[in-house]
Design a protein around this ligand. Structure first.
Ligand code: HEC
Length: 457
């Protein structure tokens, strides 16, 4: 589908028969429309007070994990199960490409493979800090930038939901459309145990302690009709639609599905949170945060919770907004033009979004984003981000206060090394289908897999 969109069709040449002589015209026309890989850039709300080219770069390999959950890793099917406290890297360091190569294919950990999915991806990381902030610069290659999420498409009569991640959209015969993402998960050293009484913490086992068999798109994905009657998650409680990342220290027991339903009493969760027994999660989103210059800021304990305040995006159950033609020159994006207009696709409250005009005329195939971006607020606005796609690469810079003063963030202190995990969502995927790192560390002025250097005064 992407290949098709990059052909003459996307230049509005559908229906024409072209001779060889016209080839140069077609190519010239496409380049003029920006169909050579486009540049996509969000605003830049901060300046890095150093020189990134002088900051040491570390390249780490992220791999496709399939459905390898915590419950799998602690089962008899995983040879490392009896020695998990020793940490994944002791046995698997350097095996990322091999693991990804195995897990990306159909097998016991992947029942529904994505055709052609790359097994791993290399990420170049630089980090620095000054008296007030930590800074990261991430760089990775991707053939096509996806700075748009799910869509509404006008079918001539009405707007219908369109796009969505691979492989689900593809199976429905809809061209996939989903945002690129980069996430950072972090903790204090040797802090959160994998479960009550475990000697393994986030430092040894990394992101896997948050990944359970009952989560959405995992083998025992909990159906809605099982969630709804549940006193904590269901109709009478938090009204969630699915189960997302969580820590087993928020559960009263463990079981094969990951104990999704065995939540500790609310007072106990509050106590754990206050004691710092949670993970901090930043998610840079190409379509749902980069347009306003931030990441979303979350914390993980009994669920993947958003930080206090406001996230950088929202959606409505029906299309309620369109582009302001006076600002951007169009009301919607014709589907053939989407690759070329990827850099203009952000629909932002208070900037280029206006209420959908019921009398406005649209053409068949016109597209609108389902999600709008907006200025985040409160603790939800702690991590600023500036992402730019050019020359086949995303370069994303982040900045956050070392100490935000907010209860849903980790405090970072110079002289210490922090356990982290990075993930990348590439080529229109969601949930479990991201690439992940084995456990890593970021040292602030001290050694780590990534060493953050001191900059500025
Ligand atoms: C004591 C050594 C050891 C430790 C510690 C260990 N593993 Fe393993 N792991 C193995 C061995 C051995 C295999 C089998 C390798 C093979 O089949 O080629 C394996 C297989 C795997 C697989 C592939 C599963 C499959 O379906 O093929 C994954 C994923 C994995 N380990 C992840 C992890 C993670 C994540 C951790 C840390 C939380 C970890 N392992 C800790 C030894 C270990």
């Amino acid at each position: 589908m992407e290949g098709e969109a990059m052909t003459g069709k996307a230049c509005g040449l559908r229906g024409f028969v072209w001779g060889l002589v016209s080839l140069a015209v077609i190519l010239g026309g496409c380049a003029a429309l920006g169909l050579a890989p486009p540049e996509v850039a969000g605003p830049r709300l901060f300046t890095f007070p150093g020189d990134w080219t002088k900051v040491p770069a570390k390249t780490v390999t992220l791999f496709y994990p399939g459905q390898a959950s915590w419950e799998f890793l602690t089962s008899n099917d995983h040879p490392g199960a009896p020695a998990l406290e020793a940490g994944c890297t002791g046995c698997h360091a350097g095996q990322e490409k091999t693991l990804g190569g195995k897990l990306v294919q159909a097998g016991p950990r992947e029942a529904d493979p994505i055709p052609g999915k790359a097994p791993s991806i290399d990420l170049t990381v630089r980090a620095a800090y000054d008296a007030e902030f930590i800074y990261f610069q991430f760089r990775w290659a991707t053939a096509t930038p996806h700075a748009i999420h799910t869509l509404w498409r006008y079918d001539g009569k009405q707007w219908v939901a369109w796009g969505g991640p691979k492989p689900d959209a593809t199976k429905k015969g809809i061209p996939p459309s989903y945002e690129d993402r980069l996430a950072v998960l972090l903790d204090d050293p040797d802090n959160v145990p994998a479960f009550d009484g475990s000697a393994a913490t986030f430092s040894q086992v990394g992101c896997w302690m948050t990944c359970h068999t009952s989560m959405r798109a995992m083998p025992k994905d909990v159906p809605r009709n099982a969630i709804e009657p549940h006193p904590y998650w269901g109709r009478q409680g938090r009204k969630v639609g699915d189960i997302r990342k969580y820590l087993l220290i928020s559960r009263t027991a463990r079981d094969e599905a990951g104990a999704w339903d065995k939540v500790k009493p609310a007072a106990e969760l509050t106590r754990l949170k206050a004691a710092g027994k949670f993970l901090d999660l930043w998610q840079w989103r190409a379509a749902r945060s980069n347009g306003v210059g931030y990441t979303s800021d979350d914390w993980v304990l009994e669920y993947r919770n958003g930080d206090a305040g406001r996230a950088p995006f929202f959606s409505r159950p029906k299309p309620e907004f369109m582009y302001n033609e006076k600002v951007v020159g169009f009301r919607a994006i014709p589907e053939a033009d989407l690759p070329a207009r990827m850099g203009q696709a952000a629909l932002i409250e208070g900037k280029n979004a206006v209420p959908l005009d019921p009398n406005a005329r649209f053409a068949v195939g016109d597209l609108l984003p389902q999600y709008l971006q907006r200025e985040p607020q409160g603790s939800g606005a702690d991590v600023q981000a500036s992402g730019r796609y050019a020359d086949g690469h995303w370069v994303v810079e982040l900045r956050r206060k070392l100490n935000t003063g907010n209860a849903d963030d980790k405090v970072l202190r110079p002289g210490k090394a922090y356990p982290v995990g990075f993930s990348i969502f590439d080529d229109t995927v969601s949930n479990r289908r991201h690439y992940v790192t084995l456990p890593l560390t970021v040292g602030l002025g001290v050694d780590g897999d990534v060493k953050a250097v001191k900059v500025g005064p």
